[in-house]
Design a protein around this ligand. Structure first.
Ligand code: PLP
Length: 386
């Protein structure tokens, strides 16, 4: 079995599950309880917070635990809108964000907020000048993803941060759900970034985990009101075992990060160089350094993406159409549409997404399967070029 759908989710590591089990058994108290059992769980929780903060070079009270990337995105965006609405009602994002951002923006539009969606070029990148021109006196938030989940384009966060240096009141949010562990740490530590969203299940932690980095001094409204956990910012009894397991997964992910990135790049290159040789392949991801190491998106025009996914499944190889969210709905990729890829090509797109657990031997097996899949579809190709 070859699992190449790591941008949809990753398999929890055995060492991470060991932590989950141990903490479930030995630290089961409610961290808010006054007695010793609760105190022990609270110490575990704060230990996990400290560990994550130190890995991010942040302060422990800048780390807030959530349930997933979607929650983090919703919280930062709506929390900013609700907190700052008397100062302005304009937000800026990009046309290629994950639905967790785009649909949150749509909800705010229904409440009377105004949103600018920055366009992207044919490679999937925003132009920082467009951002500069979009900023207004009433802009309260700029939200830009670190790595696009469909094609892997790394957005120019440092350039955006430089522009926002002149706009200190504007909240700068980065969705780094696809960016963690992918060689972007120096950028994610840019001091102009105010909020970053992370999701545990994308880096071998259990489902139902995530965290938000919120820079000291920034304030947003909580979405979950209740017992006042997470410094009154996110109520709900903390998922201590999963949080401890996430802290461990993050430590493991960031250990030898450079080697892992180089390994993923080598696997991606091997697939890219093989697949790109075929005349009917349209590549969207590129091997240049402005693309993340783990995502490879391409199309076989004339064959629907889901048909290609199932053809690989026959070889026990698991990939996806452009994103897990759009694949079951059968909807077209919003990123490819924003890149002005014609609909009949975009519906033929597939995404191969890697992580450091994958191997070059798996890339070779994928390439061998690709030859058969390609040959099987040859008569369907819309625009044969030979
Ligand atoms: N943001 C991006 C860029 C993503 O790729 C995803 C998930 O694929 C999310 C947000 C949502 O994360 P979660 O699945 O943890 O809610």
């Amino acid at each position: 079995m070859i699992y190449f759908d790591n941008s949809a989710t990753t398999k929890a590591l055995p060492a991470v599950l060991d932590t989950y089990r141990t903490v479930s058994e030995d630290f089961y108290g409610n961290p808010s309880s006054l007695h010793a059992v609760g105190g022990k769980a609270d110490a575990m929780l704060q230990g996990a917070r400290k560990q994550i903060a130190s890995l991010m070079q942040a302060k422990p009270d800048e780390i807030y635990f959530t349930s997933c990337g979607t929650e983090g995105d919703n919280w930062v965006i709506k929390g900013t809108a609700f907190e700052k609405r008397q100062f302005g009602r304009h937000l800026i994002t990009t046309a290629i964000e994950h639905p967790a951002v785009i649909n949150t923006m749509h909800q705010l539009e229904q409440l009377g907020f105004e949103v600018t969606y920055l366009p992207v070029d044919h490679r999937g990148f925003i132009d920082p000048n467009d951002l500069k021109n979009a900023l207004r006196d009433d802009t309260i938030l700029v939200s830009v993803m670190a790595v696009n989940n469909e094609v892997g384009a790394k957005q120019p966060l440092d350039e955006i941060a430089a522009i926002l240096a002149d706009h200190p009141n504007v909240h700068f949010h980065v969705d780094a759900v696809q960016g963690i562990g992918k060689g972007l740490m120096a950028t994610l530590r840019n001091p102009r970034i105010d909020f970053i969203t992370f999701s545990g299940h994308k880096f071998h932690a259990p489902r139902g985990t995530g965290f938000v980095y919120m820079k000291e001094g920034r304030h947003i409204a909580p979405l979950l009101a209740g017992g006042g956990q997470e410094d009154n910012q996110r109520s709900g009894t903390e998922n201590t075992p999963a949080i401890a397991a996430m802290a461990k997964a993050l430590r493991l992910l960031l250990t030898d990060e450079d080697q892992k990135v180089a390994h993923e790049q080598a696997i991606r290159r091997r697939i890219y160089e093989h697949v790109a040789k075929f005349p009917n392949v349209v590549m969207f991801s590129q091997l240049t350094p402005d693309f993340a190491p783990h995502i490879l998106c391409f199309a076989l025009p004339g064959v629907r993406g889901e048909t290609i996914v199932h053809a690989f499944e026959q070889h026990d190889i698991y990939i996806s159409t452009t994103s897990a969210c759009s694949s079951k709905k059968g909807t077209e990729s919003s990123t490819l549409a924003a890149m002005h890829v014609p609909s009949q090509i975009a519906t033929s797109a597939i995404r191969v997404s890697l992580d450091d657990q994958n191997t070059l031997a798996e890339a070779d097996a994928f390439n061998a399967a690709f030859d058969q899949v390609y040959a099987g579809f040859a008569k369907l190709f819309a625009t044969p070029q030979q």
